[in-house]
Design a protein around this ligand. Structure first.
Ligand SMILES: *[C@@H]1O[C@H](CO)[C@@H](O)[C@H](O)[C@H]1NC(C)=O
Ligand SMILES: *[C@@H]1O[C@H](CO)[C@@H](O)[C@H](O)[C@H]1NC(C)=O
Ligand SMILES: *[C@@H]1O[C@H](CO)[C@@H](O)[C@H](O)[C@H]1NC(C)=O
Ligand SMILES: *[C@@H]1O[C@H](CO)[C@@H](O)[C@H](O)[C@H]1NC(C)=O
Ligand SMILES: *[C@@H]1O[C@H](CO)[C@@H](O)[C@H](O)[C@H]1NC(C)=O
Ligand SMILES: *[C@@H]1O[C@H](CO)[C@@H](O)[C@H](O)[C@H]1NC(C)=O
Ligand SMILES: *[C@@H]1O[C@H](CO)[C@@H](O)[C@H](O)[C@H]1NC(C)=O
Ligand SMILES: *[C@@H]1O[C@H](CO)[C@@H](O)[C@H](O)[C@H]1NC(C)=O
Ligand SMILES: *[C@@H]1O[C@H](CO)[C@@H](O)[C@H](O)[C@H]1NC(C)=O
Length: 483
Protein backbone atom coordinates (compact mmCIF):
# COMPACT_ATOMS: atom_id res chain seq x y z
CA UNK A 1 0.00 0.00 0.00
CA UNK A 2 2.98 2.38 0.44
CA UNK A 3 2.80 4.10 -2.93
CA UNK A 4 4.99 7.04 -3.96
CA UNK A 5 1.91 9.24 -4.07
CA UNK A 6 1.00 8.36 -0.55
CA UNK A 7 4.52 9.07 0.66
CA UNK A 8 4.47 12.45 -1.02
CA UNK A 9 1.16 13.28 0.56
CA UNK A 10 2.57 12.26 3.91
CA UNK A 11 5.57 14.61 3.53
CA UNK A 12 3.47 17.52 2.32
CA UNK A 13 1.14 17.12 5.25
CA UNK A 14 4.06 17.03 7.62
CA UNK A 15 5.58 20.23 6.22
CA UNK A 16 2.27 21.99 6.56
CA UNK A 17 1.81 20.67 10.03
CA UNK A 18 1.80 22.86 13.07
CA UNK A 19 3.84 20.22 14.81
CA UNK A 20 7.09 21.77 13.64
CA UNK A 21 9.10 20.18 16.38
CA UNK A 22 7.70 16.91 15.46
CA UNK A 23 8.28 17.18 11.76
CA UNK A 24 11.95 17.84 12.49
CA UNK A 25 11.89 14.69 14.43
CA UNK A 26 10.24 12.77 11.72
CA UNK A 27 12.72 13.67 8.98
CA UNK A 28 15.58 13.17 11.40
CA UNK A 29 14.38 9.76 12.40
CA UNK A 30 14.27 8.55 8.81
CA UNK A 31 18.01 9.09 8.43
CA UNK A 32 19.33 8.18 11.86
CA UNK A 33 17.12 6.08 14.05
CA UNK A 34 19.26 6.69 17.14
CA UNK A 35 18.63 9.42 19.63
CA UNK A 36 20.40 12.63 18.75
CA UNK A 37 21.12 14.93 21.70
CA UNK A 38 20.88 18.00 19.41
CA UNK A 39 17.13 17.75 19.13
CA UNK A 40 15.88 17.22 22.61
CA UNK A 41 12.26 17.45 23.47
CA UNK A 42 11.46 18.85 26.87
CA UNK A 43 10.81 15.96 29.22
CA UNK A 44 7.36 15.27 30.58
CA UNK A 45 5.47 17.32 28.01
CA UNK A 46 3.08 14.90 26.38
CA UNK A 47 2.80 15.17 22.62
CA UNK A 48 -0.36 14.99 20.59
CA UNK A 49 -0.26 13.88 16.97
CA UNK A 50 -3.29 13.74 14.71
CA UNK A 51 -3.67 10.91 12.22
CA UNK A 52 -4.94 13.47 9.69
CA UNK A 53 -1.56 15.23 9.80
CA UNK A 54 -0.07 11.93 8.72
CA UNK A 55 -2.39 11.55 5.73
CA UNK A 56 -5.47 9.81 7.11
CA UNK A 57 -8.61 10.87 5.22
CA UNK A 58 -11.23 9.32 7.49
CA UNK A 59 -13.78 8.78 4.72
CA UNK A 60 -14.60 5.20 5.73
CA UNK A 61 -13.77 4.01 2.22
CA UNK A 62 -10.01 4.36 1.76
CA UNK A 63 -7.72 2.50 4.11
CA UNK A 64 -5.95 4.80 6.57
CA UNK A 65 -3.78 2.01 7.95
CA UNK A 66 -0.34 3.33 6.97
CA UNK A 67 -1.08 6.87 8.15
CA UNK A 68 -2.40 5.69 11.51
CA UNK A 69 0.64 3.44 11.90
CA UNK A 70 3.01 6.28 10.94
CA UNK A 71 1.45 8.50 13.62
CA UNK A 72 1.74 5.73 16.23
CA UNK A 73 5.35 5.00 15.28
CA UNK A 74 6.31 8.70 15.47
CA UNK A 75 4.55 9.00 18.80
CA UNK A 76 6.34 5.98 20.19
CA UNK A 77 9.69 7.25 18.90
CA UNK A 78 9.03 10.56 20.66
CA UNK A 79 8.37 8.71 23.90
CA UNK A 80 11.61 6.78 23.51
CA UNK A 81 13.39 10.11 23.11
CA UNK A 82 11.98 11.46 26.32
CA UNK A 83 8.54 12.90 25.71
CA UNK A 84 6.38 12.22 28.74
CA UNK A 85 3.82 10.18 26.84
CA UNK A 86 2.20 10.72 23.49
CA UNK A 87 -1.34 10.66 22.13
CA UNK A 88 -2.48 9.84 18.63
CA UNK A 89 -5.80 11.56 17.98
CA UNK A 90 -8.51 10.55 15.57
CA UNK A 91 -10.41 13.81 15.00
CA UNK A 92 -14.16 13.94 15.36
CA UNK A 93 -16.24 13.45 12.24
CA UNK A 94 -13.88 10.94 10.62
CA UNK A 95 -14.44 7.25 9.96
CA UNK A 96 -11.00 5.70 9.79
CA UNK A 97 -11.05 2.39 7.96
CA UNK A 98 -8.03 0.30 8.81
CA UNK A 99 -6.29 -3.04 8.65
CA UNK A 100 -4.51 -4.10 11.88
CA UNK A 101 -2.65 -1.23 13.55
CA UNK A 102 0.02 -1.89 16.18
CA UNK A 103 -0.06 0.20 19.32
CA UNK A 104 3.41 0.91 20.76
CA UNK A 105 4.81 1.68 24.20
CA UNK A 106 3.89 5.03 25.68
CA UNK A 107 1.14 5.71 23.15
CA UNK A 108 -2.50 6.43 23.92
CA UNK A 109 -5.00 6.29 21.07
CA UNK A 110 -7.40 9.19 21.46
CA UNK A 111 -10.46 8.38 19.39
CA UNK A 112 -12.44 11.55 19.81
CA UNK A 113 -16.16 11.67 20.37
CA UNK A 114 -17.76 11.49 16.93
CA UNK A 115 -14.80 9.64 15.43
CA UNK A 116 -14.85 5.98 14.51
CA UNK A 117 -12.13 3.47 13.77
CA UNK A 118 -13.56 0.85 11.41
CA UNK A 119 -11.94 -2.58 11.22
CA UNK A 120 -11.31 -4.14 7.80
CA UNK A 121 -13.36 -7.16 6.82
CA UNK A 122 -10.84 -8.94 4.58
CA UNK A 123 -8.42 -11.67 5.56
CA UNK A 124 -5.52 -9.70 4.03
CA UNK A 125 -6.29 -6.83 6.45
CA UNK A 126 -4.86 -8.95 9.27
CA UNK A 127 -1.42 -10.48 10.00
CA UNK A 128 -0.65 -14.02 8.89
CA UNK A 129 -0.89 -15.56 12.38
CA UNK A 130 -4.44 -16.06 13.63
CA UNK A 131 -3.29 -15.18 17.17
CA UNK A 132 -2.67 -11.60 15.94
CA UNK A 133 -5.99 -10.98 14.23
CA UNK A 134 -7.10 -7.73 15.90
CA UNK A 135 -8.11 -4.33 14.54
CA UNK A 136 -5.94 -2.67 17.21
CA UNK A 137 -3.14 -4.73 18.73
CA UNK A 138 -0.48 -3.91 21.34
CA UNK A 139 2.25 -6.52 21.86
CA UNK A 140 4.99 -6.38 24.50
CA UNK A 141 4.19 -2.73 25.18
CA UNK A 142 4.08 -0.67 28.36
CA UNK A 143 2.03 2.38 29.30
CA UNK A 144 -0.43 2.03 26.46
CA UNK A 145 -4.10 2.78 26.18
CA UNK A 146 -7.18 3.86 24.33
CA UNK A 147 -9.59 6.67 25.20
CA UNK A 148 -11.34 9.72 23.75
CA UNK A 149 -15.09 9.07 23.84
CA UNK A 150 -15.19 7.74 20.25
CA UNK A 151 -15.74 4.28 18.85
CA UNK A 152 -13.83 1.30 17.51
CA UNK A 153 -16.14 -0.80 15.34
CA UNK A 154 -15.29 -4.26 13.99
CA UNK A 155 -18.10 -4.40 11.39
CA UNK A 156 -19.13 -7.75 12.85
CA UNK A 157 -22.36 -7.88 10.91
CA UNK A 158 -20.32 -8.15 7.69
CA UNK A 159 -19.14 -11.53 9.00
CA UNK A 160 -22.64 -12.98 9.27
CA UNK A 161 -23.22 -15.62 6.64
CA UNK A 162 -26.82 -16.24 7.63
CA UNK A 163 -28.82 -14.21 10.13
CA UNK A 164 -30.75 -16.36 12.59
CA UNK A 165 -32.73 -15.20 15.61
CA UNK A 166 -31.52 -18.22 17.54
CA UNK A 167 -27.85 -17.95 16.56
CA UNK A 168 -26.21 -16.41 13.51
CA UNK A 169 -24.08 -18.53 11.22
CA UNK A 170 -20.74 -16.79 10.75
CA UNK A 171 -18.07 -16.93 8.06
CA UNK A 172 -14.85 -18.63 9.10
CA UNK A 173 -11.44 -17.70 7.66
CA UNK A 174 -10.16 -21.23 7.85
CA UNK A 175 -9.25 -21.94 4.23
CA UNK A 176 -5.65 -20.82 4.54
CA UNK A 177 -5.04 -23.28 7.36
CA UNK A 178 -3.89 -20.38 9.61
CA UNK A 179 -6.93 -21.17 11.74
CA UNK A 180 -9.04 -24.31 11.92
CA UNK A 181 -12.67 -24.76 12.80
CA UNK A 182 -15.57 -22.34 12.71
CA UNK A 183 -14.22 -19.64 15.05
CA UNK A 184 -11.81 -17.95 12.63
CA UNK A 185 -12.65 -14.26 12.72
CA UNK A 186 -10.67 -11.22 13.92
CA UNK A 187 -11.02 -9.90 17.44
CA UNK A 188 -11.39 -6.14 17.97
CA UNK A 189 -8.77 -4.87 20.46
CA UNK A 190 -5.91 -6.87 21.98
CA UNK A 191 -3.19 -6.24 24.54
CA UNK A 192 -0.68 -9.08 24.63
CA UNK A 193 2.14 -9.24 27.20
CA UNK A 194 1.65 -5.58 28.12
CA UNK A 195 2.19 -3.64 31.32
CA UNK A 196 0.18 -0.67 32.55
CA UNK A 197 -2.71 -0.80 30.13
CA UNK A 198 -5.53 1.73 30.32
CA UNK A 199 -8.71 1.61 28.31
CA UNK A 200 -11.21 4.25 29.33
CA UNK A 201 -14.09 6.31 28.01
CA UNK A 202 -14.44 4.57 24.66
CA UNK A 203 -17.05 2.54 22.76
CA UNK A 204 -16.06 -0.86 21.44
CA UNK A 205 -18.71 -2.11 19.07
CA UNK A 206 -19.61 -4.85 16.64
CA UNK A 207 -16.62 -7.14 17.06
CA UNK A 208 -16.54 -10.01 14.55
CA UNK A 209 -15.35 -12.34 17.36
CA UNK A 210 -14.16 -11.38 20.87
CA UNK A 211 -14.15 -7.66 21.67
CA UNK A 212 -11.50 -6.60 24.20
CA UNK A 213 -8.78 -9.16 24.90
CA UNK A 214 -6.17 -8.84 27.65
CA UNK A 215 -3.49 -11.54 27.41
CA UNK A 216 -0.63 -12.10 29.87
CA UNK A 217 -0.78 -8.49 30.99
CA UNK A 218 0.12 -6.90 34.27
CA UNK A 219 -1.69 -3.89 35.73
CA UNK A 220 -4.64 -3.19 33.48
CA UNK A 221 -7.39 -0.67 34.08
CA UNK A 222 -10.60 -0.70 32.06
CA UNK A 223 -12.96 2.10 32.97
CA UNK A 224 -16.13 3.63 31.51
CA UNK A 225 -16.04 1.35 28.52
CA UNK A 226 -19.22 0.52 26.59
CA UNK A 227 -19.27 -2.68 24.61
CA UNK A 228 -22.01 -3.44 22.12
CA UNK A 229 -21.89 -6.69 20.19
CA UNK A 230 -24.60 -8.49 18.28
CA UNK A 231 -27.01 -10.42 20.49
CA UNK A 232 -27.28 -13.34 18.06
CA UNK A 233 -23.61 -13.69 17.17
CA UNK A 234 -21.67 -16.56 18.75
CA UNK A 235 -18.28 -15.76 20.36
CA UNK A 236 -19.17 -12.06 20.59
CA UNK A 237 -17.51 -11.90 24.03
CA UNK A 238 -17.18 -8.59 25.88
CA UNK A 239 -13.91 -8.59 27.83
CA UNK A 240 -11.70 -11.69 27.88
CA UNK A 241 -8.83 -11.65 30.36
CA UNK A 242 -6.27 -14.44 29.95
CA UNK A 243 -3.37 -15.28 32.27
CA UNK A 244 -3.17 -11.71 33.58
CA UNK A 245 -2.53 -10.15 36.99
CA UNK A 246 -3.91 -7.03 38.64
CA UNK A 247 -6.78 -6.09 36.37
CA UNK A 248 -9.45 -3.59 37.36
CA UNK A 249 -12.67 -3.15 35.42
CA UNK A 250 -15.13 -0.51 36.52
CA UNK A 251 -18.24 1.25 35.21
CA UNK A 252 -18.60 -0.91 32.13
CA UNK A 253 -21.71 -1.44 30.04
CA UNK A 254 -21.78 -4.64 28.09
CA UNK A 255 -24.60 -5.78 25.82
CA UNK A 256 -23.56 -8.65 23.60
CA UNK A 257 -24.22 -12.20 22.37
CA UNK A 258 -21.58 -14.15 24.26
CA UNK A 259 -19.78 -14.08 27.65
CA UNK A 260 -19.47 -10.52 28.93
CA UNK A 261 -16.56 -10.62 31.41
CA UNK A 262 -14.55 -13.77 30.96
CA UNK A 263 -11.29 -14.59 32.77
CA UNK A 264 -9.47 -17.62 31.34
CA UNK A 265 -6.18 -19.41 31.94
CA UNK A 266 -4.32 -20.98 29.01
CA UNK A 267 -0.61 -20.63 29.76
CA UNK A 268 -0.32 -19.21 33.28
CA UNK A 269 -2.39 -18.26 36.33
CA UNK A 270 -4.70 -15.28 36.72
CA UNK A 271 -4.54 -13.28 39.96
CA UNK A 272 -6.31 -10.22 41.27
CA UNK A 273 -9.12 -9.26 38.96
CA UNK A 274 -11.72 -6.81 40.20
CA UNK A 275 -14.86 -5.85 38.29
CA UNK A 276 -17.25 -3.32 39.81
CA UNK A 277 -20.20 -1.09 38.93
CA UNK A 278 -21.05 -2.79 35.67
CA UNK A 279 -24.27 -3.39 33.73
CA UNK A 280 -24.49 -6.53 31.59
CA UNK A 281 -26.88 -8.22 29.17
CA UNK A 282 -25.82 -11.33 27.27
CA UNK A 283 -27.16 -14.47 25.61
CA UNK A 284 -24.50 -16.42 27.48
CA UNK A 285 -22.75 -15.86 30.85
CA UNK A 286 -22.50 -12.36 32.31
CA UNK A 287 -19.45 -13.31 34.39
CA UNK A 288 -17.66 -16.51 33.45
CA UNK A 289 -14.48 -18.10 34.75
CA UNK A 290 -13.24 -20.56 32.10
CA UNK A 291 -13.89 -22.62 30.24
CA UNK A 292 -10.15 -22.46 29.35
CA UNK A 293 -8.82 -23.28 32.82
CA UNK A 294 -5.40 -24.95 32.67
CA UNK A 295 -3.96 -22.76 35.46
CA UNK A 296 -5.21 -21.20 38.70
CA UNK A 297 -7.60 -18.33 39.27
CA UNK A 298 -7.15 -16.54 42.59
CA UNK A 299 -8.26 -13.32 44.25
CA UNK A 300 -11.18 -12.20 42.10
CA UNK A 301 -13.83 -9.73 43.23
CA UNK A 302 -17.06 -8.86 41.45
CA UNK A 303 -19.10 -6.14 43.13
CA UNK A 304 -22.12 -3.97 42.35
CA UNK A 305 -23.09 -5.54 39.06
CA UNK A 306 -26.49 -5.58 37.37
CA UNK A 307 -27.22 -8.49 35.06
CA UNK A 308 -30.37 -8.39 32.94
CA UNK A 309 -32.05 -10.85 30.56
CA UNK A 310 -29.01 -13.09 30.44
CA UNK A 311 -28.75 -16.80 29.83
CA UNK A 312 -26.52 -17.29 32.88
CA UNK A 313 -25.51 -14.90 35.65
CA UNK A 314 -22.36 -15.78 37.61
CA UNK A 315 -20.62 -18.81 36.11
CA UNK A 316 -17.59 -20.95 36.85
CA UNK A 317 -16.95 -23.42 34.04
CA UNK A 318 -13.73 -25.13 35.11
CA UNK A 319 -12.68 -27.97 32.79
CA UNK A 320 -8.88 -28.31 32.50
CA UNK A 321 -7.30 -28.80 35.93
CA UNK A 322 -6.69 -25.21 37.09
CA UNK A 323 -7.77 -24.52 40.70
CA UNK A 324 -10.00 -21.64 41.72
CA UNK A 325 -9.98 -19.94 45.10
CA UNK A 326 -10.78 -16.72 46.96
CA UNK A 327 -13.53 -15.38 44.76
CA UNK A 328 -16.17 -12.95 46.02
CA UNK A 329 -19.38 -11.90 44.32
CA UNK A 330 -21.19 -9.15 46.17
CA UNK A 331 -24.09 -6.73 45.70
CA UNK A 332 -25.25 -8.27 42.47
CA UNK A 333 -28.70 -8.09 40.88
CA UNK A 334 -29.40 -10.89 38.47
CA UNK A 335 -32.15 -11.57 35.97
CA UNK A 336 -31.71 -14.78 33.96
CA UNK A 337 -33.96 -16.45 31.42
CA UNK A 338 -33.87 -19.25 28.88
CA UNK A 339 -32.71 -18.78 25.29
CA UNK A 340 -32.12 -21.31 22.56
CA UNK A 341 -30.23 -24.28 24.08
CA UNK A 342 -27.53 -24.05 21.38
CA UNK A 343 -26.10 -21.35 23.68
CA UNK A 344 -24.37 -22.54 26.86
CA UNK A 345 -26.52 -21.48 29.79
CA UNK A 346 -29.84 -22.63 31.24
CA UNK A 347 -31.08 -19.50 32.99
CA UNK A 348 -29.06 -20.29 36.14
CA UNK A 349 -28.43 -17.15 38.23
CA UNK A 350 -25.37 -18.88 39.71
CA UNK A 351 -23.50 -21.78 38.13
CA UNK A 352 -20.40 -23.37 39.68
CA UNK A 353 -19.00 -26.44 37.92
CA UNK A 354 -15.74 -28.30 37.66
CA UNK A 355 -15.43 -31.50 35.64
CA UNK A 356 -12.95 -32.93 33.13
CA UNK A 357 -13.42 -31.51 29.61
CA UNK A 358 -12.29 -34.82 28.06
CA UNK A 359 -11.81 -38.27 29.53
CA UNK A 360 -8.08 -37.51 29.95
CA UNK A 361 -8.40 -33.92 31.27
CA UNK A 362 -7.35 -33.05 34.81
CA UNK A 363 -9.99 -31.79 37.22
CA UNK A 364 -9.60 -28.49 39.07
CA UNK A 365 -10.69 -27.77 42.64
CA UNK A 366 -12.91 -24.82 43.52
CA UNK A 367 -12.74 -23.41 47.04
CA UNK A 368 -13.50 -20.33 49.11
CA UNK A 369 -16.27 -18.76 47.05
CA UNK A 370 -18.57 -16.18 48.62
CA UNK A 371 -21.85 -14.87 47.29
CA UNK A 372 -23.00 -11.95 49.43
CA UNK A 373 -26.00 -9.64 48.94
CA UNK A 374 -27.33 -11.26 45.79
CA UNK A 375 -30.85 -10.76 44.46
CA UNK A 376 -32.01 -12.87 41.54
CA UNK A 377 -35.16 -13.32 39.52
CA UNK A 378 -34.72 -16.28 37.25
CA UNK A 379 -36.30 -19.07 35.26
CA UNK A 380 -34.03 -21.72 36.77
CA UNK A 381 -32.26 -22.43 40.05
CA UNK A 382 -28.65 -22.40 41.20
CA UNK A 383 -26.39 -25.20 39.93
CA UNK A 384 -23.40 -26.26 42.06
CA UNK A 385 -21.64 -29.27 40.66
CA UNK A 386 -18.21 -30.59 41.51
CA UNK A 387 -17.14 -33.97 40.23
CA UNK A 388 -15.23 -36.99 41.43
CA UNK A 389 -11.74 -35.64 42.17
CA UNK A 390 -12.96 -32.07 41.70
CA UNK A 391 -14.68 -31.04 44.89
CA UNK A 392 -16.31 -27.70 45.57
CA UNK A 393 -15.36 -26.69 49.09
CA UNK A 394 -16.08 -23.85 51.46
CA UNK A 395 -18.89 -22.11 49.57
CA UNK A 396 -20.85 -19.35 51.28
CA UNK A 397 -24.16 -17.76 50.32
CA UNK A 398 -25.03 -14.85 52.60
CA UNK A 399 -28.04 -12.52 52.18
CA UNK A 400 -29.34 -14.10 49.01
CA UNK A 401 -32.85 -13.39 47.73
CA UNK A 402 -34.04 -15.73 44.99
CA UNK A 403 -37.30 -15.41 43.05
CA UNK A 404 -38.10 -18.27 40.71
CA UNK A 405 -40.68 -17.86 37.97
CA UNK A 406 -41.11 -18.61 34.26
CA UNK A 407 -41.76 -16.05 31.52
CA UNK A 408 -40.44 -17.62 28.30
CA UNK A 409 -41.71 -20.71 26.51
CA UNK A 410 -38.40 -22.54 26.23
CA UNK A 411 -38.35 -26.06 27.67
CA UNK A 412 -36.88 -26.51 31.16
CA UNK A 413 -35.75 -29.68 32.92
CA UNK A 414 -32.19 -29.86 31.56
CA UNK A 415 -28.95 -29.65 33.53
CA UNK A 416 -26.10 -28.12 31.52
CA UNK A 417 -22.61 -29.60 32.05
CA UNK A 418 -21.26 -28.26 28.74
CA UNK A 419 -18.62 -28.00 27.43
CA UNK A 420 -17.64 -31.66 27.60
CA UNK A 421 -18.41 -33.63 30.78
CA UNK A 422 -21.95 -35.00 30.78
CA UNK A 423 -23.29 -32.44 28.26
CA UNK A 424 -26.97 -31.55 28.49
CA UNK A 425 -28.90 -34.05 30.61
CA UNK A 426 -32.49 -34.38 31.78
CA UNK A 427 -32.78 -33.27 35.38
CA UNK A 428 -35.63 -31.95 37.50
CA UNK A 429 -35.59 -28.22 38.24
CA UNK A 430 -34.62 -27.24 41.80
CA UNK A 431 -33.85 -24.16 43.86
CA UNK A 432 -30.27 -25.30 44.36
CA UNK A 433 -28.80 -28.46 42.80
CA UNK A 434 -25.71 -29.77 44.61
CA UNK A 435 -23.17 -32.43 43.69
CA UNK A 436 -19.69 -33.17 45.08
CA UNK A 437 -19.48 -30.48 47.73
CA UNK A 438 -17.58 -30.29 51.02
CA UNK A 439 -18.73 -27.36 53.14
CA UNK A 440 -21.64 -25.17 52.05
CA UNK A 441 -23.08 -22.42 54.21
CA UNK A 442 -26.41 -20.74 53.45
CA UNK A 443 -27.16 -17.80 55.72
CA UNK A 444 -30.18 -15.51 55.26
CA UNK A 445 -31.22 -17.18 52.05
CA UNK A 446 -34.77 -16.53 50.91
CA UNK A 447 -36.25 -18.53 48.05
CA UNK A 448 -39.67 -17.68 46.60
CA UNK A 449 -41.51 -19.78 44.02
CA UNK A 450 -44.16 -18.61 41.65
CA UNK A 451 -47.27 -20.64 42.47
CA UNK A 452 -48.49 -21.23 38.93
CA UNK A 453 -45.29 -23.01 37.98
CA UNK A 454 -44.69 -24.90 41.21
CA UNK A 455 -45.54 -28.30 39.76
CA UNK A 456 -42.53 -28.06 37.51
CA UNK A 457 -40.11 -27.57 40.39
CA UNK A 458 -39.15 -30.62 42.39
CA UNK A 459 -37.27 -29.38 45.42
CA UNK A 460 -35.87 -26.26 47.00
CA UNK A 461 -32.65 -28.18 47.72
CA UNK A 462 -31.71 -31.15 45.58
CA UNK A 463 -28.51 -32.98 46.45
CA UNK A 464 -26.81 -36.30 45.94
CA UNK A 465 -26.32 -37.23 49.61
CA UNK A 466 -23.23 -39.38 49.20
CA UNK A 467 -21.35 -36.58 47.45
CA UNK A 468 -22.38 -33.61 49.57
CA UNK A 469 -21.04 -33.07 53.08
CA UNK A 470 -21.33 -30.41 55.74
CA UNK A 471 -24.20 -28.17 54.67
CA UNK A 472 -25.15 -25.47 57.10
CA UNK A 473 -28.47 -23.63 56.85
CA UNK A 474 -29.04 -20.59 58.97
CA UNK A 475 -32.20 -18.58 58.46
CA UNK A 476 -33.10 -20.35 55.25
CA UNK A 477 -36.63 -19.81 53.88
CA UNK A 478 -38.37 -21.31 50.93
CA UNK A 479 -42.00 -20.85 49.95
CA UNK A 480 -44.57 -20.12 47.28
CA UNK A 481 -45.74 -16.67 46.37
CA UNK A 482 -48.63 -15.40 44.26
CA UNK A 483 -47.79 -13.37 41.18
C1 LIG B 1 -14.36 -23.91 8.18
O1 LIG B 1 -15.49 -23.26 8.79
C2 LIG B 1 -16.75 -23.82 8.47
C3 LIG B 1 -17.85 -23.04 9.18
O2 LIG B 1 -17.85 -21.71 8.89
C4 LIG B 1 -16.82 -25.25 8.92
O3 LIG B 1 -18.04 -25.82 8.51
C5 LIG B 1 -15.65 -26.04 8.35
O4 LIG B 1 -15.62 -27.32 8.92
C6 LIG B 1 -14.33 -25.34 8.66
N1 LIG B 1 -13.23 -26.06 8.01
C7 LIG B 1 -12.06 -26.24 8.60
C8 LIG B 1 -11.00 -26.93 7.78
O5 LIG B 1 -11.78 -25.87 9.73
C1 LIG C 1 -0.34 0.43 37.51
O1 LIG C 1 -1.03 1.38 36.66
C2 LIG C 1 -1.35 2.59 37.32
C3 LIG C 1 -2.07 3.46 36.33
O2 LIG C 1 -3.11 2.78 35.70
C4 LIG C 1 -0.08 3.27 37.80
O3 LIG C 1 -0.43 4.40 38.54
C5 LIG C 1 0.73 2.31 38.67
O4 LIG C 1 1.96 2.89 38.99
C6 LIG C 1 0.98 1.01 37.96
N1 LIG C 1 1.66 0.07 38.84
C7 LIG C 1 2.80 -0.53 38.51
C8 LIG C 1 3.34 -1.46 39.53
O5 LIG C 1 3.38 -0.34 37.45
C1 LIG D 1 1.03 -13.42 37.64
O1 LIG D 1 1.48 -13.76 38.92
C2 LIG D 1 1.91 -15.10 39.03
C3 LIG D 1 2.26 -15.35 40.47
O2 LIG D 1 3.19 -14.44 40.92
C4 LIG D 1 3.09 -15.34 38.09
O3 LIG D 1 3.46 -16.70 38.14
C5 LIG D 1 2.70 -14.96 36.66
O4 LIG D 1 3.82 -15.06 35.80
C6 LIG D 1 2.16 -13.55 36.64
N1 LIG D 1 1.70 -13.24 35.30
C7 LIG D 1 1.86 -12.05 34.73
C8 LIG D 1 1.36 -11.92 33.31
O5 LIG D 1 2.33 -11.11 35.30
C1 LIG E 1 -2.47 -9.67 44.29
O1 LIG E 1 -2.88 -8.69 45.23
C2 LIG E 1 -2.34 -8.90 46.50
C3 LIG E 1 -3.00 -7.93 47.46
O2 LIG E 1 -3.02 -6.65 46.92
C4 LIG E 1 -0.82 -8.70 46.41
O3 LIG E 1 -0.24 -8.92 47.65
C5 LIG E 1 -0.27 -9.72 45.39
O4 LIG E 1 1.12 -9.46 45.21
C6 LIG E 1 -0.96 -9.60 44.07
N1 LIG E 1 -0.55 -10.70 43.21
C7 LIG E 1 0.10 -10.52 42.08
C8 LIG E 1 0.45 -11.76 41.33
O5 LIG E 1 0.40 -9.44 41.65
C1 LIG F 1 -23.12 0.73 41.47
O1 LIG F 1 -22.92 0.87 40.07
C2 LIG F 1 -23.74 1.84 39.47
C3 LIG F 1 -23.43 1.82 37.99
O2 LIG F 1 -23.77 0.60 37.42
C4 LIG F 1 -23.47 3.21 40.07
O3 LIG F 1 -24.36 4.14 39.51
C5 LIG F 1 -23.65 3.15 41.56
O4 LIG F 1 -23.25 4.37 42.12
C6 LIG F 1 -22.80 2.04 42.15
N1 LIG F 1 -23.06 1.91 43.58
C7 LIG F 1 -22.11 1.96 44.47
C8 LIG F 1 -22.55 1.78 45.89
O5 LIG F 1 -20.93 2.11 44.18
C1 LIG G 1 -4.62 -27.95 41.70
O1 LIG G 1 -4.48 -28.45 43.02
C2 LIG G 1 -4.11 -29.82 43.06
C3 LIG G 1 -4.19 -30.27 44.51
O2 LIG G 1 -3.49 -29.38 45.34
C4 LIG G 1 -2.70 -29.97 42.49
O3 LIG G 1 -2.33 -31.32 42.48
C5 LIG G 1 -2.72 -29.43 41.04
O4 LIG G 1 -1.41 -29.46 40.51
C6 LIG G 1 -3.24 -28.01 41.01
N1 LIG G 1 -3.38 -27.57 39.63
C7 LIG G 1 -2.59 -26.64 39.09
C8 LIG G 1 -2.86 -26.31 37.64
O5 LIG G 1 -1.70 -26.08 39.69
C1 LIG H 1 -24.24 -6.47 52.21
O1 LIG H 1 -25.32 -5.57 52.48
C2 LIG H 1 -25.30 -5.08 53.81
C3 LIG H 1 -26.59 -4.32 54.01
O2 LIG H 1 -26.83 -3.46 52.95
C4 LIG H 1 -24.06 -4.22 53.99
O3 LIG H 1 -24.00 -3.72 55.29
C5 LIG H 1 -22.82 -5.07 53.73
O4 LIG H 1 -21.67 -4.28 53.75
C6 LIG H 1 -22.91 -5.73 52.36
N1 LIG H 1 -21.81 -6.68 52.23
C7 LIG H 1 -20.91 -6.59 51.25
C8 LIG H 1 -19.84 -7.64 51.23
O5 LIG H 1 -20.92 -5.72 50.41
C1 LIG I 1 -36.53 -10.24 47.47
O1 LIG I 1 -36.68 -9.82 46.11
C2 LIG I 1 -38.03 -9.58 45.77
C3 LIG I 1 -38.05 -9.30 44.27
O2 LIG I 1 -37.05 -8.42 43.89
C4 LIG I 1 -38.54 -8.41 46.60
O3 LIG I 1 -39.89 -8.16 46.29
C5 LIG I 1 -38.42 -8.77 48.08
O4 LIG I 1 -38.77 -7.66 48.88
C6 LIG I 1 -36.99 -9.17 48.41
N1 LIG I 1 -36.93 -9.67 49.77
C7 LIG I 1 -35.99 -9.31 50.62
C8 LIG I 1 -36.02 -9.94 51.96
O5 LIG I 1 -35.09 -8.52 50.31
C1 LIG J 1 -17.89 -27.40 57.53
O1 LIG J 1 -17.66 -26.34 56.58
C2 LIG J 1 -17.30 -25.12 57.19
C3 LIG J 1 -17.16 -24.07 56.07
O2 LIG J 1 -18.29 -24.07 55.23
C4 LIG J 1 -15.99 -25.28 57.93
O3 LIG J 1 -15.69 -24.06 58.58
C5 LIG J 1 -16.12 -26.38 58.94
O4 LIG J 1 -14.87 -26.61 59.54
C6 LIG J 1 -16.60 -27.67 58.29
N1 LIG J 1 -16.86 -28.68 59.29
C7 LIG J 1 -16.43 -29.94 59.19
C8 LIG J 1 -16.79 -30.85 60.27
O5 LIG J 1 -15.77 -30.30 58.20
Amino acid sequence: MATAAATTLFRVQLLGSVFILFSIFQSESSTSPDYSPNIQLPRSIPLTLSVTDYGAVGDGVHYDTQYIQAAIDSCSAAVTRGSGGCRVTFPSGGTYLTATVFLKSGVILDVQEGAQILGGTKLEDYPAEESRWYVVLAEDAADVGITGGGEINGQGLMFVERFDERKNVMVSWNRTGACLGDECRPRLVGFIRCKNVRVWNVWLTEPAYWCLHIVQCYNTSIQDVSIYGDFNTPNNDGIDIDDSNNTVITRCNIDTGDDAICPKTYAGPLYNLTATNCWIRTKSSAIKLGSASWFDFKGLVFDNITIVESHRGLGLQIRDGGNVSDITFSNININTRYYDPSWWGRAEPIYVTTCPRHAKSKVGLISALSFVNITATSENGIFLSGSGGGLLSNLKFINVNLTYTRWTNYADGLADYRPGCEGLVNHGTAGIIMEHIEGLELKNVDMRWSEDQSSRWNNPLDFRPSTVNNISLLNFHSGLYQQ
